[in-house]
Design a protein around this ligand. Structure first.
Ligand code: FES
Ligand SMILES: [Fe+2]
Length: 420
């Protein structure tokens, strides 16, 4: 097995990240095993998407297809989407409602708890063929994941060793969920996009406040977010998850003009013909934070950007490609005007969003330039080097180093560690 000793991590504080980890198939395979099927809880779906007994949704953990379904007794189960017979994909639909799942190949069927309940011709036909007497259906169920929910958000894990979900999330993230999911939610729609980039370049982007007021000229110019606003980052104890927040209208134009002078990013003379897309309607419990986003290691973000609420889930496909799944939602008790507002503000994000389109593009440009680089490193020093601590401003990249530190811990390599 490769020991990865050829990949160097020259800075103990993760302020240098080797480009070699972005384009390597062996690294990708190890990530699937040690990160996505390792001691983590991965976001699967919202409970409201599988609300009735028999409801199912096909999702994924890392590059593996997984099905979540609600059993007849109301409990949630998730299983690897692979028939226990000869390995066919079991569920081919994105979702629906069923009493059991039957494979198309030889029609083995499974109940909603993942148990094998039917094997055609098990006893043979007219005394011929059939399975041997040593074959017992009870030994051939589906491979199950452990499932746990918090505030109606469903997570799954392949690991027998990961801590309980609430401990994995940690206090600041639980508080985020308590706020964002204080009331029942309603799914408004979905989008997905394929990115010719490495999934970690996107996770870096999610945890990078520095770019947000520079790459996204739309939000800087029209005031949705600027580095001059009051904002910051809160992390869990292990620095693997991050919450970013910013307060609308907390800066003054003189400071904005001074800070952004010469950047070409902020243009005071531009006006929107229809400014409703950047209006913000205050919501209960938002504490004035129109930007309130949580990235959970390894692959999901929960977003409030103005009144647009969404999850963004990363599905890695290979070292040079991942899919991003968006689920847009609102609250079940939204009035028609608020629902309309949320739908309008979906245009800010998603594959062609006025803001998030550039996040996709920046990842593509990074991957294009580094994918086969073996010896160079990125520089992550904005906001300071050394300790990885909460930030009370957004002129920083410190949270990105938190991601890398935990990633390396799971992968078994990194600065100062014996490789492999
Ligand atoms: S592979 Fe599924 S029944 Fe044979
Ligand atoms: Fe961004």
């Amino acid at each position: 097995m490769r020991d990865f000793s050829d990949i160097s991590w020259p800075a103990a504080d993760f302020s240098r990240v080797p480009y070699a980890v972005f384009g390597d198939l062996d690294i990708f395979e190890r990530e699937q095993e040690r990160v996505f099927r390792g001691p983590v809880w991965c976001y699967l779906c919202l409970e409201t998407e599988v609300s009735k007994p028999g409801d199912f949704k096909t999702v994924f953990v890392g590059d593996r297809s997984v099905v979540v379904n609600r059993a007849l007794d109301g409990s949630l189960y998730a299983f690897l989407n692979r028939c226990a017979h000869r390995g066919s994909t079991l569920v081919r639909e994105n979702g629906g409602n069923r009493k059991d799942h039957t494979c198309i190949y030889h029609h083995w069927s499974y109940d909603l708890n993942g148990k094998l309940i039917g094997v055609p011709f098990q006893r043979g036909i007219n005394g011929q063929g059939g399975m041997p007497s040593t074959f017992h259906k009870a030994q051939h169920g589906l491979k199950m994941l452990r499932v746990s929910s918090y505030r109606g958000v469903v997570f799954g894990t392949f690991s027998d060793h990961v801590e309980p979900l609430e401990d994995f999330l940690g206090a600041p993230m639980l508080a985020f969920f308590d706020r964002m999911f204080a009331k029942p939610v309603e799914v408004l729609g979905y989008a997905r996009q394929r990115m010719p980039s490495n999934w970690k370049a996107y996770f870096e982007n999610l945890t990078d406040p520095y770019h947000a007021g520079l790459l996204h000229q739309f939000q800087t110019t029209f005031g949705l977010f600027r580095q001059t606003q009051k904002g910051g980052t809160i992390m869990d104890d292990l620095r693997r998850h991050q919450i970013q927040y910013a307060h609308l209208d907390s800066d003054d134009l003189a400071t904005v003009e001074t800070a952004y002078r010469g950047t070409g990013v902020y243009n005071a003379s531009l006006r929107l013909q229809d400014p409703s897309i950047v209006e913000y309607r205050t919501e209960e419990g938002d504490a004035g934070q129109a930007i309130y986003m949580m990235s959970l290691f390894p692959s999901v973000m929960f977003q409030r950007l103005s009144n647009s609420l969404a999850t963004r889930q990363i599905r890695p496909r290979n070292p040079d490609e991942f899919d991003l799944y968006w689920t847009f939602f609102g609250y079940a008790d939204d009035d028609p005007a608020m629902r309309e507002m949320r739908l309008r503000q979906v245009n800010l994000v998603g594959p062609a969003g006025l803001i998030s389109m550039e996040d996709g593009e920046s990842g593509v440009e990074v991957q294009r330039a580094i994918r086969r680089e073996r010896h160079d490193h990125s520089v992550i020093e904005m906001g300071g080097v050394g300790d990885i601590v909460d930030q009370d401003h957004t002129v920083t990249e410190v949270p990105i180093r938190g991601f890398w530190r935990y990633y390396c811990q799971l992968m078994g390599f990194g600065p100062g560690k014996p490789q492999g």
